[in-house]
Every structure is written in C-alpha cells, then in structure tokens.
Ligand binder design. Sequence first.
Ligand code: MN
Length: 291
Amino acid sequence: MRFVRYNGNQLGLLTDDGIVDLTDRLGLTSADPLIEYMSGEHNAEKFVDSDPDHSIDKVTLESPVRRPGKVIAAPLNYEAHIEEAIADKDITTDEWFSIKDKGYFLKAPSSVIGPSENIVIPFEDRRIDHEVELGFVMGEETKDADNETAWENIFGYTVLLDISVRGDQDRSNRKSYDTFTVVGPAIVTPDEIDDPQNLDLSLAVNDKARQEANTNDMVYTCADVVQYASIGATLQTGDIITTGTPEGVGPLVDGDSIEAEIESVGSLNVNVEERDVSFEDVNVQKHGQTN
Ligand code: MN
C-alpha cells in the first residue's frame, strides 16, 4: 500500500487509479493521521480497489507523516560519496563521518515538507546542496533492536531529500532550516518492494541528471541504521530515518526544479526558491554588545 497525505491533513491510499480517501472511511481524527493509522488497529487493505476520490495531479501533496518525533539521518553511507566528500572541502570541512565512527545526526522535525511545497534557500550567499536518499518510517516503538526486528518495524519507504547548507556550522543547524527535509510522495509498505537494498535512485535538476546510484551500494543497510539508532534510544512510531546520499550532490539556486525517483518507491517533483537574505549580513549581537 501507498499512503499519502494531501489537501490539509487528509490521509489517502494511492492506487493506480488515484487517491482513495482514508480519513473519513477510517474515522481518523488526529493531527497526524498516518501516525494514528500506524498506532491503531486500522486496516486500509479493504479499500485498495475502491473508486478513487481524487486524481493525484489535482491535490496538494503533504509529507505523509506531518510531524515526526525525530528525523534520524545516516551520515556518509555510500563509498563513492565518501570519496567525493573527502575531495571537496566545501562538503566535509575538516572531518568526515560514518555511523560506526561518529553515529547519526538529527534534523529538526519542523524542516519536513511535502512535494507540493517549495524548498526555500535561506541565504543567497551560502552553498545549499541537494541529497536524494531512501527514507523510511518506523511503524513500532523500537529499542535495542536486533537486525530482524529492525526490518520488521519499518512501516514503509519513501523518497527523501536531505537539503544541506555546506560550511562549518553544526550539521543539525545546516540541515534543519525550514523546508530542508522533503518527504513523499507516499510511504510505501515493504510488500510492494522486492529488496530495499537493491533499488535504483536518481535525482535531476532542471532535467539534467545529477545523482544516479543503487541502494545496494550503501555501507550500512536500512536495518543496520535502525539497529544503531535504537541503542539506548527509543524509536517511536512515525520517526523518520534516512539512509544517506550517493555521489553527485551539488548546489541549488533560485528557480531550480528537482525531480527525484526511487525504483518501486516513487518519484517527486519539487521547486526551489531563494530568500533575499545574506548570511554575511546577519548580525547576531553577543551578550552585552550594544551595537
Ligand atoms: Mn544526507
């Protein structure tokens, strides 16, 4: 099944024919209907053949999870991207990270948007890059998981863009600006995917290919990341985990149009706009400073 959220917090099932609304059929009432769905005894299976209520082209697509408790992100997790990052000091500054050495990082839940919103570049004078990644949503509370439990507790997969300002700020700062985590168009349950570790993924900007890889090149699998992240920390239903980007990252500018696709998971289109704000001109006064 493919779950979408659209038109102001409606949960729906995306079928070959369109979107079947679930909010009314299942009586969902909470502010985060997919988390409500995953947390209860609901079953959308019986609606997979229902007549669609909407065409996917006619709705506003929101992030399937409205506000995850956490967004956990794997750092450099594809060999070729590690080499690319080491070679480009804009990307890595003075150290590089892998899960085993340095752990994961967190992105602010408030950075999450769906494909119908624009990515907003916060500063006109900083480098901001695209990163296409296989993301997924946890369906169960998970702590100190073994590998098998980690796979079992993944509710479904999605396309995720981890938008990043390059530079020296803390990683959680550079990756947490509003609109910097694009999720969608759907959360796709594992039964629709043969092997999450063998999926082509790609990203193009203005119809020019930038990133092309396969998830079998990941250093750590989806379940490895879950296992590591669940050591001593509870992963909650609705938490989003993203698995790192392959090589080919590059800068975004005002007016860019991004198309990102993952085999069997889906594709999303999102546009980029830029604010008229200069990072150089940002003036944050120190405590006690008067001008
Ligand atoms: Mn990333």
